[in-house]
Write a protein that binds this ligand. Structure first.
Ligand SMILES: [Fe+2]
Ligand SMILES: [Fe+2]
Length: 411
């Protein structure tokens, strides 16, 4: 074989590998920005069960991104964010202009995630089955999860868009979402790129939400409930576990932070997504325990004030207040409760609290890791300690939770 054809073959081979690698770079970016978009919308999702599931998908999507990034590292891409098409972020952000949660879910799952699934399947079917087998294994772990997400969304959109007008809005939004994905050249970026389409009339961005939404089953109140007499065993337990349910607001604060904070390193979004989902589990921990005690979460007032006051401040203050003050100050009450439940031989409550303490320890570490890195991002000139002191004063003044205010003032 003449020398030049070997060169040509090599050139052909290298180009083809590069095409696959570039696709993987796009996929990890799409998964990350999808998680950010769902995060921005989480407070605006009304139905409780749908909100919980979306929070889990935020974490799942960041794990998908992580798996693809790990594979990219094997493929010698040490910085998968370098040279990623900026059109991906713009297109995904254009999907945020939905006016209703059912539209958002339809656009994200029934258009973008559906195209992403098709792209993953195509990649698996066409890449080099021996040389690139590790990529096939990676995508094969994601494909069934994505299929399950899309099936879930298909059912949910059918349930939420439950009249002619909502179905018409959804159809129009689906068409718009398809135009957005076409404008970015499709998931693989291999089609012609256009300007983004104009949103339907009146479709202005609603994000970030100033108020967390709840569905019609809940009795919504701004303030948190005061702590009852500790010696009233059942009243204390119901107070504690109905309070856990309200941690959905911590999840919503973190979720909107995913959306609002742009340009941080990828690992920040990964940790915040995990933190967000943990708070949904803490909310579920309360929900499960109340169910075991014969109650339903809607038997108790549902507070939205904690999310609301935190939105008055920028994401740095919010995140610092949550991790360095609210979470760090919560251990005393939790350890007391743990000992109390042990003494009462209530092992179920004690174990719930113990797992929560372990999660919260990790969340405080997240704060210690990311607050100092967010400070230059927000051109914060204060020292870290001065920022923490400011956040403590803010919690003491603004928190709608009597226990949080009390803990902040006690320091
Ligand atoms: Fe929590
Ligand atoms: Fe936490």
């Amino acid at each position: 074989m003449p020398f030049y054809s070997v060169i040509k073959m090599n050139a052909q081979y290298v180009t083809t590998a590069k095409v696959y690698i570039d696709q993987l770079k796009r996929y990890q970016a799409i998964e990350t920005h999808l998680a950010r978009l769902l995060g921005g919308w989480l407070p605006g999702v009304e139905r409780w069960e749908v909100k919980k599931q979306i929070a889990y998908h935020i974490w799942a999507d960041m794990q998908h991104s992580q798996r693809i990034r790990t594979r990219l590292w094997e493929l010698r891409i040490t910085n998968p964010d370098r040279d990623v098409d900026a059109g991906i972020e713009k297109a995904i952000e254009a999907l945020a202009c939905a006016q209703h949660d059912y539209e958002l879910i339809a656009g994200v799952y029934l258009v973008l995630k559906t195209e992403l699934l098709a792209a993953y399947k195509h990649y698996v079917a066409t890449t080099f089955s021996v040389y690139d087998y590790p990529s096939i294994l990676t995508l094969n772990t994601i494909i069934p999860e994505l299929e399950a997400q899309i099936n879930w969304a298909s059912r949910v959109v059918g349930e939420l868009a439950n009249n002619g007008e909502k179905r018409r809005q959804t159809q129009r939004w689906l068409q718009f979402a398809k135009e957005i994905i076409n404008a970015m050249g499709g998931v693989n970026g291999d089609k012609p790129i256009h300007d983004l389409p104009i949103a339907p009339p009146g479709y202005a961005l609603l994000l970030p939400f100033t108020q967390a939404k709840r569905d019609e089953r809940f009795k919504v109140q701004i303030i948190g409930s005061p702590m009852p007499d500790e010696n009233d065993v059942m009243a204390y337990m119901l107070w504690q576990f109905s309070n856990y349910v309200q941690e959905m607001q911590a999840a919503e604060t973190l979720a909107t932070t995913l959306w609002e904070v742009k340009g941080m390193e990828w690992e920040f979004y990964y940790d915040v997504a995990r933190h967000c989902w943990d708070e949904v589990r803490h909310s579920e921990l309360g929900e499960n325990r109340l169910n075991q005690l014969g109650y339903h979460i809607t038997d108790f007032p549902c507070s939205i004030g904690s999310y609301g006051w935190r939105q008055l401040f920028n994401p740095l203050i919010r995140y610092c207040a949550l991790t360095y003050v609210i979470e760090a100050d919560s251990f005393k009450l939790k350890h007391n409760s743990y000992q109390k439940y042990l003494a009462e031989n209530d092992m179920e409550s004690a174990q719930a609290i113990m797992y929560d303490i372990m999660d919260e320890t990790m969340h405080v570490r997240f704060g210690q890791k990311w607050v100092p890195k967010m400070m230059p991002h927000y051109q914060e000139q204060k020292t870290l300690q001065a920022l923490i002191d400011e956040c403590r004063n803010i919690v003491a003044k603004h928190s709608v939770s009597p226990a949080q205010r009390q803990a902040a003032l006690a320091k």
